[in-house]
Design a protein. Structure first.
Length: 152
């Protein structure tokens, strides 16, 4: 029996939003704490933190999969939300949650393109395990959270 592993194409990595000094692990209690005042975006308030389980879609395999929990950050006010989106827009490779009008659920995928058209800035997304990119242009207002990490 021979197991073959197909070579993969490198994907751009997300920007590091949480600074290393934000993490503190207490050996005595086994508790890990994260100080969200120590992120790489200067916000006026501590960001909203959303920890959500991943549904069984396989779209972001192998980065994260069903049963993992993702740590996501959003702004507590519109100015902070825009700062997070601007940080995310610095390069493709960042991962975000977006939801278009009339959708019931958000999508968490990787940014593969950032562009401008007559309506302003847009993002194109794609799941790492998907053959095609998401069809829609996503605007700043459609983005709710920025990906900060996965807890398997």
């Amino acid at each position: 029996m021979c197991l073959r592993v197909r070579a993969s194409r490198d994907k751009p990595s997300p920007a590091d939003i949480v600074k290393p000094e934000a993490f503190h692990y207490d050996d005595n209690t086994g508790i890990l704490t994260v100080d969200f005042n120590k992120i790489n975006v200067q916000l006026s308030e501590v960001p909203k933190v959303w920890v959500t389980p991943i549904p069984d879609t396989d779209s972001m395999d192998p980065l994260f999969d069903y049963g993992h929990n993702n740590l996501l950050l959003g702004g507590r006010n519109s100015a902070d939300q825009q700062k997070l989106i601007d940080f995310m827009a610095e390069r493709p490779g960042n991962i975000a949650v977006y939801k278009l009008q009339n959708w019931t659920r958000g999508i968490i995928h990787r940014i593969v393109e950032i562009g401008q058209d007559d309506q302003g800035r847009f993002f194109k997304f794609r799941g790492d395990n998907n053959l095609r990119g998401d069809p829609d242009k996503v605007r700043d207002a459609d983005i709710s959270h920025l990906y900060a990490g996965t807890i398997p």
